[in-house]
Design a binder for this molecule. Structure first.
Ligand code: PLP
Length: 445
């Protein structure tokens, strides 16, 4: 039977039979079968159109014709590994380098965000000759064993924290220790990193790296205060470690005014390593690590080859270049700023009407809506957020939640998401929140 004609229930039954049950579905109680997508819209087997507010991998739009054609054309010419000379590899590395500060001038191409972060960890340890890693609370950096170890989001429910891992508080100025009324939250949060380093030193441990997502996403769409990275990096570097900016979710112009989210901290901040993934290939599995000459040379000094069968193949590089072309050609950074500001404005109007909305934070098309049970304690409205997401799905809007309290609605749509889409989604949120009391299993609002 062709996949096209198989009904949703049969697909679900086969999936349950054949696929590991730890591979989760969105809306697990009533999962969607999506058969095609275009731009910011996805379609189920009955042709029902859904607005995708979370698909940050389909960065320039689902199935963008320029990207699809680039893949098709190069697949007909050559696909091989990077042990042969090919212009696509060097041309693409040059294009990526043009988006970064000069110091980050050496590149490795790989296949997934996890691979990129795992290589970053190897580079950091080889360069510093130290072992330990500092990460944000609730961070997620990937699914490899090495990365589960540095992902509190995962390891808290598994083997726990390894002795070489140190957890720094999320620089969350809404719900964290130092809030919007703190006179200098950037310095206060950075001082906590310093304390963690001092405690590690007391135990005879040495810091190799601070892995920080430039805008912590799984952590709840957090916007670190400006100046925090500079100050934290200063402490880490003084301890002989390096700063790794994980841009796997938030890079490639999503934040609008800059190409990389770490640049929101100011021009005086340059990480030692930047890892990239998800949007880089608009759905094609690829990733990249950018670093300095010194770090790359220390890695090469072992004499051990770094070989990655698929990383940097000519087809992936052609796709990556086309993604960069489309971002430029369609002015997607300016678009992200314009639409993101409009969406924030509409959401802020909702905030004044619905007390469940505690905070709206974001930049470009990276926006979080923090739902709370009470204004004073800012208790996460977890069940209510889950309810809202389920109702929005019935209204053909795909949105999800994140954050330690799973109460932050996260907007990370394809970058072609437009003003009309913003209006549509906010109208639906308003309608649901305005509706009589919304009953949930665990409470009501
Ligand atoms: C911030 C961050 N880093 C790394 C990864 C891992 O990327 P991948 O799933 O491509 O291995 C993810 C994936 O969700 C992520 O969100």
């Amino acid at each position: 039977m062709g996949a096209e004609s198989r009904c949703r229930q049969d697909t679900l039954a086969l999936r349950r039979q054949l696929i590991g049950s730890s591979c989760k579905l969105f809306f697990s109680e009533d999962p969607l079968k999506i058969v095609r997508a275009k731009g910011q819209y996805m379609y189920d087997e009955n042709g029902r159109e859904y607005l995708d507010c979370i698909g940050n991998v389909a960065h320039v739009g689902h199935c963008h014709p320029d990207v699809v054609n680039a893949a098709h054309e190069h697949n007909q010419v050559l696909n091989t590994n990077s042990r042969f000379l090919h212009d696509n590899l060097v041309d693409y590395a040059k294009r990526i380098s043009d988006t970064l500060p000069k110091k980050l001038c050496t590149f490795y191409f790989l296949n997934s965000g996890s691979e990129a972060n795992d290589l970053a960890l190897r580079l950091a340890r080889q360069y510093t000759k130290h072992e330990d890693v500092i990460v944000f609370d609730h961070a997620y950096h990937g699914h490899l064993t090495s990365l589960i170890d540095i992902s509190p989001y995962k390891f808290k429910n598994l083997d726990g924290q390894k002795e070489w891992v140190h957890v720094a508080p999320l620089p969350d100025t809404y719900r964290g220790m130092y809030r919007e009324d703190h006179e200098d939250s950037a310095t206060a949060y950075a001082n906590d990193v310093k304390k963690i380093i001092d405690q590690a030193h007391e135990k005879g441990r040495k810091i190799a790296a601070f892995f920080a997502e430039s805008l912590p996403s799984v952590g709840g769409q957090i916007i670190p205060p400006v100046g925090y990275f500079q100050k934290a990096a200063q402490h880490v570097r003084k301890a002989g470690g390096i700063f790794v900016a994980d841009e796997i979710q938030v890079g490639f112009g999503r934040v609008g005014k800059c190409f990389w989210a770490f640049q929101l901290q100011g021009e005086d901040f340059v990480p030692d390593i930047v890892t990239m993934g998800k949007p880089i290939g608009n759905g094609h599995p690829m990733s990249c690590v950018a670093t300095t000459k010194e770090i790359a040379e220390a890695f090469a000094a072992t004499g051990v080859e770094y070989f990655n069968t698929f990383g940097g193949n000519p087809v992936s590089c052609a796709i990556g270049m086309k993604v960069l072309d489309v971002i430029e050609k369609e002015h997607l950074q300016a678009h992200a700023t314009e639409v993101g500001n409009f969406l924030m404005e509409l959401l802020n109007r909702q905030k004044s009407q619905h007390p469940i909305i505690g905070d709206i934070r974001g930049v470009g098309l990276f926006i979080g809506v923090d739902l709370i049970k009470d204004q004073e304690k800012r208790t996460p409205a977890t069940a209510e957020a889950e309810y809202l997401i389920a109702r929005l799905k019935n209204e053909c809007i795909l949105l999800s939640t994140d954050g330690p309290g799973r109460n932050v609605l996260k907007f990370k749509p394809p970058m072609c998401f437009n003003m009309k889409d913003a209006q549509f989604v906010v109208e639906k949120i308003d309608k649901i929140l305005t509706g009589k009391t919304c009953q949930t299993d665990k409470g009501c609002f």
